[in-house]
Design a protein around this ligand. Structure first.
Ligand SMILES: [Zn+2]
Length: 231
C-alpha cells in the first residue's frame, strides 16, 4: 500500500472511531437520563404533602362537627331532663340549640367536600405511584440494554484505537502531520480521484498530478489541498 493508501485507511479508521465515539456518548446519555423519574418523584412528593394537608383539614372538620353534636346533646338533655324549670332559661336553651343545629348541615357538607378532596388526591397519588413503578422498570431495562451496548462499543473503540495507532506508527510523521492538519480544517483529508476529478471539490486533477499520485507520491489537490488517492 502506498502512502496515500495508508492515509486513506487511517482516515477510514478515524471516521469509524468518530462514529463509535458518538454512539458511546449517546449510549451514556441514555444510561444517565433519569429526568422522567426525577420529575415523577418530585410530583409524588408534592401530592403527598397535599394529601397530608387535606387529611388534616378533614380531621379538624370531623372534630368541629363532633363538638357541635356533643353541645347539642348536652343542651337537649338539659331541656328534656326536667331539671331546668326557669322558663327564661328554657327559652334561651332552645334558642341556643336551634342555632347550633342550624350549623350542623353546613358543617356536614363541608366535611363531605373535604372527604372527596382526600379521595381525589389519593387517586392521584396512586396513579403517580404506578407511573414511578413503570419508570423504574424502564430505567432498569435501559440500564441492562445500554449497559451491554456500552461494553460492546467500548471494546470496539479499544480495538479501533489499537488498529489506528498501529497503522499511524507505520506512516511517515511529516505525512501524518499534513493529514492531521487538513483533517482539522476540511474534515476529510484524503479523497479519491474518480473520472479524473478530486472527489473533495470536484475540480479536474491535472494529468501530471494524477500520474504522481498514481505513482505513490503524496499529492495534494491544487484547489482544496486534500490528499489525492488513486486505487
Ligand atoms: Zn480538491
Amino acid at each position: 500500500m502506498n502512502l496515500a493508501g495508508q492515509l486513506y485507511k487511517l482516515q477510514q479508521l478515524d471516521l469509524e472511531l468518530q462514529k463509535r465515539q458518538q454512539e458511546l456518548n449517546e449510549v451514556e446519555n441514555q444510561l444517565s437520563d433519569n429526568k422522567a423519574l426525577v420529575a415523577a418523584e418530585s410530583k409524588i412528593a408534592s401530592q403527598k404533602e397535599q394529601l397530608e394537608d387535606a387529611r388534616r383539614k378533614q380531621k379538624s372538620s370531623e372534630w368541629e362537627l363532633e363538638d357541635l353534636q356533643e353541645k347539642v346533646r348536652q343542651i337537649d338533655s338539659k331541656l328534656y331532663s326536667g331539671k331546668t324549670k326557669d322558663p327564661k332559661e328554657l327559652v334561651n336553651l332552645e334558642k341556643e340549640v336551634k342555632s347550633l343545629k342550624s350549623q350542623i348541615g353546613p358543617k356536614e357538607d363541608a366535611l363531605l367536600g373535604l372527604m372527596s378532596q382526600v379521595e381525589e388526591i389519593e387517586a392521584r397519588v396512586k396513579t403517580t405511584t404506578e407511573e414511578i413503578k413503570r419508570l423504574k422498570r424502564e430505567w432498569e431495562q435501559r440500564q441492562e440494554t445500554f449497559g451491554q451496548r456500552k461494553s460492546e462499543v467500548e471494546a470496539l473503540l479499544a480495538r479501533l484505537r489499537g488498529d489506528r495507532n498501529g497503522l499511524a506508527q507505520q506512516i511517515d510523521s511529516e505525512a501524518l502531520n499534513t493529514y492531521e492538519r487538513i483533517r482539522l480544517t476540511r474534515g476529510q483529508a484524503v479523497v479519491k480521484v474518480e473520472r479524473g476529478k478530486c472527489q473533495g471539490c470536484h475540480i479536474t486533477v491535472s494529468t501530471s498530478q494524477w500520474q504522481k499520485a498514481k505513482a505513490g507520491d503524496l499529492i495534494q489537490c491544487n484547489s482544496c489541498s486534500r490528499i489525492l488517492y488513486l486505487e
